[in-house]
Design a protein around this ligand. Sequence first.
Ligand code: SAH
Ligand code: SF4
Length: 426
Amino acid sequence: MSEPQTMSVSATAFPAASAGFVEKTPLERYQPPAKPSLVGVSRVQLMQALASIGVPAAQRKMRVQQLWHWLYVRGARRFDAMTSVSKELRATLDHHFTLARPEVVAEQISADGTRKWLLRLPGEHSLERPHEIECVYIPEADRGTLCLSTQVGCTLTCSFCHTGTQRLVRNLTAGEIVGQIMVARDRLDDWLAAAQEGGASAASSGAGTRGKGSQRLISNIVMMGMGEPLYNFEAVRDALLIAADGDGIAISKRRITLSTSGVVPNIPLAGIEIGCMLAVSLHAVRDELRNELVPLNRKYPIKELLDACRNYPGLSNARRITFEYVMLKGVNDSLADAKALVKLLKGIPAKINLIPFNPWPGTTYECSDWETIEKFSEIIFSAGYASPVRTPRGRDILAACGQLKSASEKLSARERLALRAMAMTD
Ligand code: SAH
Ligand code: SF4
C-alpha cells in the first residue's frame, strides 16, 4: 500500500515501532478544506446541494443515486472519477464541493494487521488549531471491526477513563463520523472495484485478510472510541444510517454496536431511530460504586439504566445487549461482584464483556490479576453468559507506544483506544 505524500516513515524517532509506523505531520501543515465536503450528508441534503447548483428538479433523484453509489460503493475521491455523471455536472460539482475526508496524519500497522489512524479535523473557528481524533481497525478471521470516535474528548468524567480527564472540544459532525469509515476503506483498499460490480466475485488485491468474493474488510462498526455517542445523538444517528444504507456502505445494523455510559433518555431513541446493537458500560453492580466510576450514574442510576435496557426496541436472544465491565483491581472484581452481576442482569438477553483495565499516566486504578479475571469470568460463564476476555491485539504497536518515555497524551490515548476496541469486538 502506498503512503500519502504528507507522511514519512519514522525509523529514528520511534525505534521500537513496527515498520508500519507513520509519523505525525506537524499541525502547521494542515489545510482545512476550502469547500464543503459531500461526505456524510444525507440523501435529502444531497438533493438540496444539487438544487443549489442548478440541477433541474426532474434529474435530482437520479443524480443523488449516482452520487451515492460513487461515494459509498466505489469510494470516489474526485468528481472526475464519476464516469456515469455528465462531464459538465462533474465540473460544476467540483467548483462548489469536495469529497474530502478527515486528513490522515499518522498510521500504525501492527504485525497482526491491527491499524490505528490519527485523523485531523478543522477547528470550530478559522483561527482555532485543528482537532485530532483516532480510529482503529481490528481484523479477525471472520470479521473486521472499525472503532469510531463520536466526540473530541468527552463531557463525562468516568474516573477510570482518560478521555474523561480531557475537556470536551466539540461534537463530531455526521460527515466526520462517516469520514472515519471512508478513510479506513481508503487505507485498506476496501472499496468495490469496477470488476466486482453486478455481483461478480473477483479475487482481491486488497490488504491481505479480505474474505471470499466481494466481501469487505470492514464488516463491523463499534462506536467505542472517544466520546459519548448518545450525547451527540443526531450526528451519530445520521452517520450510522448512512453506514447501514443498503445502496452504499451497507454494513448491517446488526453489525453496528453503539456503546453508552448510560444516557437513559436516549437509549430508546437509539433503538427506534438507529436500530443498532447496544453496549452499556456498566462496570459496577452497586449505585454507590457506579456513582464513583461513572458519575452519570447519579443522574441515571442502575435500576433506571437496566429498565431502559429491558425495554430496548428489538431486544431478543438473537439481539442481546452487551454489558461492558472494566476489571479494576480490588474495586469491582470480587467474586461477590460477579455473582451480583449475574443476578442483576437476570431476564435481560445479555452478553458480558470483561475489559482488562488499561492504565494511563496519573491513574490510581490497576488492572485486576489475570487469575481474578478468569475466576470472575467463570462465574459468569457458569450462569449461562458468554463472557469473552479479549486477548489484546496489536501488541507490537502498543508496546512501541508504551516505550516512549516522552509519550504525549495523544499517543497514550491511541494505545488506550486500541485496547478498548480490542476488548469490545466480540
Ligand atoms: N463513552 C462511551 C463509549 C466510549 S468508551 C462509553 O463510555 O460507553 C468505550 C468503552 O471503553 C467503555 O466501556 C469504557 O468504559 C471503556 N473504557 C474507558 N476507559 C478505559 C480504560 N482505561 N480501560 C479499559 N476500558 C476503558
Ligand atoms: Fe466518556 Fe465513555 Fe470515557 Fe466515560 S468511559 S469519560 S462516557 S468516553
